[in-house]
Design a protein around this ligand. Structure first.
Ligand code: PGA
Length: 254
């Protein structure tokens, strides 16, 4: 099946990999994935490995992403990293509003919207994460939760800016749990997200935006998930930490 939108498969390494381990992984991916042209491939190492990894991916089809960034351009914000600092390492993407940051760092939709504007202002493509908790799904609130997250996290973005952005649907109950959404569950929510984007922006903008699925994606379930009409890629955690796992996901998605 030929997809209307090019797939994007991104690896979120989270708080894993020393510089040496990151180099091993990315060198392996570079070798395994050199021939792949059909998918945009992104790796998101921890900040400490960005500099070295950026040198390895420079002449490859692998692009670099960061896992978070500050909403501020610079200044007295101890421990924070600004968009401009990421740009030094040719970072093109940045994950924003991941559920772990929402849960453990108290990040709100309003903060995510401010960060998204800052990322886009620096020509970084934000990967904006949304997703419901298990009890929210079980009590039939999935669509309401997603709607509120989209309204809050995309507030103030123009149509042009949304087209430069990526939405990641990551049901929180599926992240790192081995419990993957069924292809039908993913498709339903992705289609819902696209309908909401059409209402918030317009039909054409909504059609262009790539919507990734994340949550226990692995090589054995990637093909079926990626073949759903509104699933335009994956945000992969655990399975992106090994060359075989991640490269098989990319290859199985084509
Ligand atoms: P997982 O993580 O693939 O390990 O479930 C996904 C994510 O957190 O982006």
């Amino acid at each position: 099946m030929v997809k209307e939108r090019k797939l994007i498969i991104a690896g979120n390494w989270k708080m894993n990999k020393t510089v040496a381990e990151a180099l091993d992984l990315v060198n392996g991916l570079k070798r395994e994935l050199a021939a792949v042209k059909e998918v945009d491939i992104v790796v998101c190492p921890p900040f400490t490995a960005l500099s070295e990894v950026s040198k390895v991916v420079l002449d490859s089809n692998i692009r670099l992403g960061a896992q978070d960034m500050s909403q501020h351009i610079g200044g007295a914000y101890t421990g924070e990293i600004a968009a401009g600092m990421l740009k030094e390492f040719s970072v093109r993407y940045v994950i924003l509003g991941h559920s772990e940051r929402r849960q453990f760092n108290g990040e709100t939709d309003a903060l995510v919207a401010t960060k998204a504007a800052a990322a886009l202002g620096a020509s970084l493509k934000p990967i904006i994460c949304v997703g419901e908790l298990l009890h929210q799904r079980e009590s039939g609130q999935t669509e309401a939760v997603i709607e509120a997250q989209l309204e809050g996290s995309l507030k103030g973005l123009t149509k042009g800016q949304l087209e430069e952005s990526i939405i990641a649907y990551e049901p929180v109950w599926a992240i790192g749990t081995g419990k993957v959404a069924t292809p039908q569950q993913a498709q339903e929510v992705h289609a819902y997200i696209r309908r909401r984007l059409a209402i918030m922006f317009d039909e054409s903008t909504a059609r262009h935006v790539r919507i990734q699925y994340g949550g226990s994606v692995k090589s054995s379930n990637a093909r079926e998930l990626m073949s759903q009409p509104d699933v335009d890629g994956a945000l992969v955690g655990g399975a992106s930490l090994e060359v075989r796992g991640f490269s098989d996901i990319v290859k199985n998605s084509i």
